[in-house]
Design a protein around this ligand. Structure first.
Ligand code: URA
Length: 256
């Protein structure tokens, strides 16, 4: 990788800014000051410093965000703050949210630059569980629960896949779905003549929202968490240690 690209991926500055920093002699590769921004470096092996501080490169990064209300699940938006901008100095150009939560939905959102894993987690074929805590406008009847659990018509070609629903106190419900259709939970509740007043995602696959994260806060996933996510959507990766995508997964990837 070129040195200037590496520096901008590490969030040191824009491509133009990092070129200037390099020419100013602020960057060293393996202890030697380098003044050409286009020099090729081995990002996983070379010791690169900026103003004397070591930059350690991770190809893939994974963050769990507790999404607050009013922020859009996008990388750029002209009108509102984006989930990616909440990453502050950990923001890298290639990071994106894995799927979307509505602007008024809060809770667990995964942010990464690992396109392959994101694709697998979002693939409709993989049926990854997502659990939401919803405040509804009035209590669900046992018939409503049963209809939601069997699948309801939300105006798509097919009814929703069976969901799991449990009813909590004060018009709170917990609903687990395996799909991610636009406004899915709100439309499912509409289908049983109810409405969602507040919605929070509390699980995504094997990840649970870290209760210590306040709205707007995030943390890196542990190696155990990323390992489990991979195992969930692509068990062969862990069992064989093969990092290339197996052929049956490749079919999914080719469809995008
Ligand atoms: N279902 C919704 O209606 N909204 C979300 O943000 C997520 C799921």
């Amino acid at each position: 990788m070129r040195l200037d690209r590496f520096l901008s991926e590490m969030n040191i500055g824009t491509r133009a800014q990092v070129k200037t920093y390099v020419r100013q002699g602020l960057v060293a590769v393996n202890g030697i000051t380098v003044k050409s921004p286009d020099v090729k470096i081995r990002e996983d092996a070379d010791h690169i410093t900026f103003r004397g501080k070591l930059l350690s490169y991770q190809k893939y990064v994974y963050y769990m965000l507790n999404k607050p209300e009013g922020v859009v699940s996008a990388t750029n938006d002209n009108t509102a703050e984006t989930v990616v901008s909440l990453l502050g100095e950990d923001r890298r150009k290639d990071i994106f949210p894995v799927g979307r939560l509505d602007k008024d939905t809060t809770g667990l959102l995964l942010l990464t630059n690992d396109g392959e894993l994101a694709h697998l987690l979002l693939s409709p074929k993989r049926h990854v569980d997502k659990t939401y805590q919803a405040t509804v406008s009035h209590p669900l009847t046992p018939e409503d629960v049963s209809r939601l659990e069997q699948g309801v018509d939300i105006g798509e070609e097919h009814p929703t896949l069976p969901a799991r629903v449990s009813v909590g106190a004060e018009n709170t419900i917990f609903i687990t779905v395996q799909e991610g259709k636009f406004h899915q939970i709100k439309r499912m509740l509409q289908a049983v003549d109810n409405s969602v007043l507040a919605l929070k995602r509390i699980t995504f696959g094997c990840l649970e929202l870290d209760r210590t994260l306040k709205p707007g806060e995030y943390r890196a996933l542990t190696d155990m968490e990323t390992g489990r996510l991979r195992e969930l959507v692509c068990p062969l990766w862990e069992k064989t240690g093969i990092s290339t995508v197996p052929p049956y997964i490749q079919e999914d990837l080719n469809e995008t």
